[in-house]
Structure formats: structure tokens, C-alpha cells
Design a protein around this ligand. Structure first.
Ligand SMILES: C[S@@+](CC[C@H](N)C(=O)[O-])C[C@H]1O[C@@H](n2cnc3c(N)ncnc32)[C@H](O)[C@@H]1O
Length: 276
């Protein structure tokens, strides 16, 4: 299966293009992606740290005129912020449970589209596309070319990832995550590197925010892990969930400040062109 010339637009239609995209890691497959439909995951999602405001300030400078497209909008953390300065944000999200939470934060400038990105009805051209911790879960032979086609000429795709500065209890935490995750195939994966290696994305710029420190109640800190893939309370056994929670509570105990967990997070933001 080699590229033998001809129009690139013909390639997806003939089916060969799909076979040329190297498969992504097993732990990002549809079985694991299905966890985003769990009610318990959506409920725990609000305990994740918010995106820092400077990220949205930066996006303002990148956006061309027109609506903004968000891929995998979850419970609305990014689209609600984007809607403060954009008249129209099209937020695509396949999980009814995520959307149920998002509905409580509704903004009239956000049009929620209940579908996978691969199948969603879109309203191009978009002046900016945003994928916040979500492109992992889409089909890579479909989503970057689809985003490219939906963008206005010169518009970019922004990829956001929330990162946690390794805490003092990082080693114990890694042990508990590996012991209790229901996603037994999990392997660390750098999304941007993986996309670039497959020539699905061309980076034109990147920033990383300074780590912001927050103090989180222990119960909220513990619950935040249940919004992560592999830790849905709907899939863990009751015993495993209880043991995991107890391990987390124990490991943070001697690091508490005024009874709260110190959590430092930052956001990595890349922008560029997906491959058409
Ligand atoms: C880690 S969450 C990120 C949610 C949100 N963007 C945020 O930053 O908070 C991943 C999201 O991708 C969504 N997702 C999974 N498969 C998808 C697909 N094929 N198309 C669009 N979104 C998808 C999930 O339902 C989930 O809401």
C-alpha cells in the first residue's frame, strides 16, 4: 500500500489511506473510550483542575474570524470559557452523560452537537478548532483530515493537555494507579508526538503555562481520579474502588497543608495545521 500519486482527496475514498495510518496504542481503543459514557466519570469530572485563563487569552490571538469548533468538549470546561468572547462555539461530544453535566452550565453561544467527531454534522468554515484532551479518542485516520477540511484557510487546530507536576507522593501514586486501573493496556502516550510522527499534524507553535498551585480537599482530590480513564466507579469493583481511595488518602496524609492536598498543574498548548 504505497502512495502512487493522484489526488490526495481520492485516497480516503479508495480506503488505502486508512490502512496507511499506523494504529494507535491499544489503551486508546474504542473499548476504553467507551468509559467516557459512564455516569460516574461525568460526575467526577468537575474535580479536575480548571484550564488557566491565559490559555484562552492566547487562543484569542490565534483565532481567525468565524465560529470555533471544539472536538470532544466533555462537560464544557473549554467551550464555556471560549463562549465568553466567541459568538458561536460548536461543541462536539459523544457522551450523553458528559452532555448532561454540561447542560447545567449552558451558554447560549455554545451549540452542543451530540455525536462522535467522526460522524458529527459540522458548520464550517471555523476560525479555530480546539481539542482539549480528546483527540486521543478519535479515529486518527479520520479526525485530522476532517478538522483540516473544516478550518478556514490559515486557521489552526489547538491541542490542550492538562498536566500535573509530579507530587511528593508520585512513586506511591504510580504504584496505586498501575495496580487499580481497569485499563490494563495503559501506556504513557504523547499525543502531539504521535500525531506528528504519523504526519497527521504539523506544529507551528507551543506554550506551557507556569504551574499553578491549588489546595484541594482530600475527598475532591480522590474523586478527581475517578474522572480518569481506567478509574470509572462504574467499572471498578466496589472493593477495588474503596482500596484505591484509601491508598490515595493515606499517601497524601503527611503532605497536607491546612488539611488540604497541594496540587500543581499546568497546561501544554500546541497549535498548528492538521494534515488535509
Ligand atoms: C478527557 S475528556 C476531555 C473533555 C474536555 N475536552 C476537557 O478538556 O475537559 C475526553 C473527551 O473526549 C470525548 N470523546 C471520546 N471519543 C470521541 C470522539 N470519537 N469524538 C469526539 N469526542 C470524543 C469523550 O466523550 C470525553 O468527553
Amino acid at each position: 500500500l504505497q502512495w502512487r500519486g493522484g489526488s490526495q482527496a481520492e485516497f480516503p475514498r479508495c480506503g488505502c489511506y486508512n490502512a496507511l495510518v499506523k494504529p494507535k496504542a491499544t489503551h486508546l481503543g474504542t473499548d476504553f473510550g467507551a468509559q467516557w459514557h459512564d455516569r460516574a466519570m461525568a460526575a467526577a469530572y468537575r474535580h479536575r483542575p480548571p484550564y488557566p485563563p491565559e490559555i484562552f487569552e492566547h487562543m484569542k490571538t490565534l483565532a481567525l474570524p468565524g465560529p470555533v469548533l471544539e472536538i470532544g468538549a466533555g462537560t464544557g470546561d473549554a467551550p464555556i470559557e471560549l463562549a465568553r468572547w466567541i459568538d458561536q462555539v460548536d461543541a462536539v461530544e459523544p457522551s450523553a452523560e458528559m452532555l448532561r453535566v454540561a447542560a447545567g452550565r449552558a451558554d447560549r453561544h455554545v451549540r452542543w452537537i451530540h455525536a462522535t467527531f467522526e460522524e458529527a454534522e459540522l458548520y464550517p468554515p471555523y476560525g479555530l478548532a480546539v481539542a482539549a484532551e480528546s483527540l486521543h479518542w478519535t479515529q486518527w485516520d479520520v479526525s485530522p483530515p476532517r478538522i483540516a477540511r473544516a478550518l478556514a484557510p490559515g486557521a489552526v487546530l489547538v491541542i490542550l493537555e492538562r498536566m500535573t507536576v509530579p507530587p511528593r507522593w508520585a512513586d506511591e501514586l504510580a504504584g496505586a494507579l498501575s495496580r487499580y486501573s481497569t485499563n490494563r493496556d495503559y501506556k504513557p502516550c504523547n499525543l502531539v508526538e504521535e500525531l506528528c510522527a504519523r504526519t497527521l499534524f504539523h506544529v507551528s507553535g507551543a506554550i506551557r503555562t507556569d504551574p499553578g498551585q491549588c489546595l484541594q480537599p482530600v475527598a475532591d482530590y480522590v474523586e478527581s481520579f475517578h474522572s480518569r480513564n481506567g478509574f470509572s466507579r462504574d467499572r471498578m469493583t466496589r472493593e477495588d474502588a474503596a482500596a484505591f481511595d484509601a491508598a490515595l488518602r493515606k499517601m497524601v496524609q503527611r503532605h497536607l497543608r491546612e488539611g488540604l492536598v497541594p496540587v500543581a498543574t499546568y497546561v501544554a498548548m500546541h497549535w498548528g495545521r492538521p494534515t488535509p
